[in-house]
Write a protein that binds this ligand. Structure first.
Ligand code: BGC
Length: 243
């Protein structure tokens, strides 16, 4: 079975058609920059362009960078405040005429890794962390998702949120080397470890491809591994939500 998976991020909206039996992308991935300000109507327009690009007529799974319950945004993450309480599945369905299934983006990325990637067959506590514009988290206990755990928004000193201190956007903003940024990210790993005592931590998002450059900074005594799907985990997991 094939499903269109879309990963809505703070800087890019990425999609591909995914074989949900194997986790493979059956098309090239297509990326459209997130519209300036990420207002609901503008993001819905990009979603519609994505559907048109793939000439897609079936169900769509979508990872979204906020808390999501029953298809509704319950926070605003790094996107516009007007997303609060928007019924995201309905907004995108009305725009495209297709059925949409929505989950938090990091929860979706984690689903992909638990099904087909670094978390496959892993029991106990597994935490997926996505490193991008924000810091996303997906928590799995014995393979089952505990939805909407938000570690990136935990307060941190004057930075206000941990993600403002240690996301990839903070590395770019403060012009840090991967090694210096890795020292910050290690603090986030320590927080994760303290709260969840995980058996495994999986890193996804753009920075997961650069793990060689910062792994010497990791001090937690838990295996920390890159996502098998690297930056595509969000697309693959998004498609799985719609099964
Ligand atoms: C949001 C999370 C999201 C993460 C990554 C954070 O700002 O609060 O819900 O998973 O960014 O996109």
């Amino acid at each position: 079975m094939e499903i269109l998976g879309i990963d809505v991020g703070g800087t890019g909206i990425k999609g591909a058609i995914v074989n949900v039996k194997t986790g493979e992308l059956v098309t090239e991935r297509h990326r459209i920059p997130t519209p300036e300000g990420a207002m609901p109507a503008d993001v819905a327009e990009v979603i519609s362009q994505m559907v048109t690009h793939f000439n897609w007529k079936g169900k769509v799974g979508c990872g979204f960078p906020t808390i999501i319950s029953a298809g509704k945004a319950r926070s605003c993450g790094n996107i516009d405040k007007s997303w609060m309480n928007v019924q995201v599945d309905e907004l995108f369905a009305t725009k495209t005429g297709l059925d949409f299934y929505i989950a938090n983006d990091a929860d979706a990325a984690g689903l992909a890794e638990m099904h087909f990637g670094a978390g496959k067959d892993k029991t106990g506590m597994v935490v997926m962390l996505t490193i991008g514009t924000g810091l996303g988290s997906g928590v799995f206990y014995n393979g089952k998702l505990v939805p909407n755990v938000e570690l990136g928004t935990v307060p941190y000193k004057e930075y206000k949120r941990f993600e403002y201190f240690a996301a990839d956007s903070a590395r770019k903003r403060d012009e840090l080397s991967y090694s210096d940024w890795g020292k910050r990210f290690d603090k986030f790993l320590k927080l994760t470890n303290r709260l969840f005592s995980p058996d495994l931590i999986i890193l996804g998002g753009g920075a997961s491809k650069k793990m060689k450059k910062f792994e010497h900074r990791i001090s937690v005594k838990v295996p920390v591994v890159p996502a098998k799907f690297e930056n595509n985990a969000g697309i693959v997991g998004a498609a799985l939500i719609a099964i």
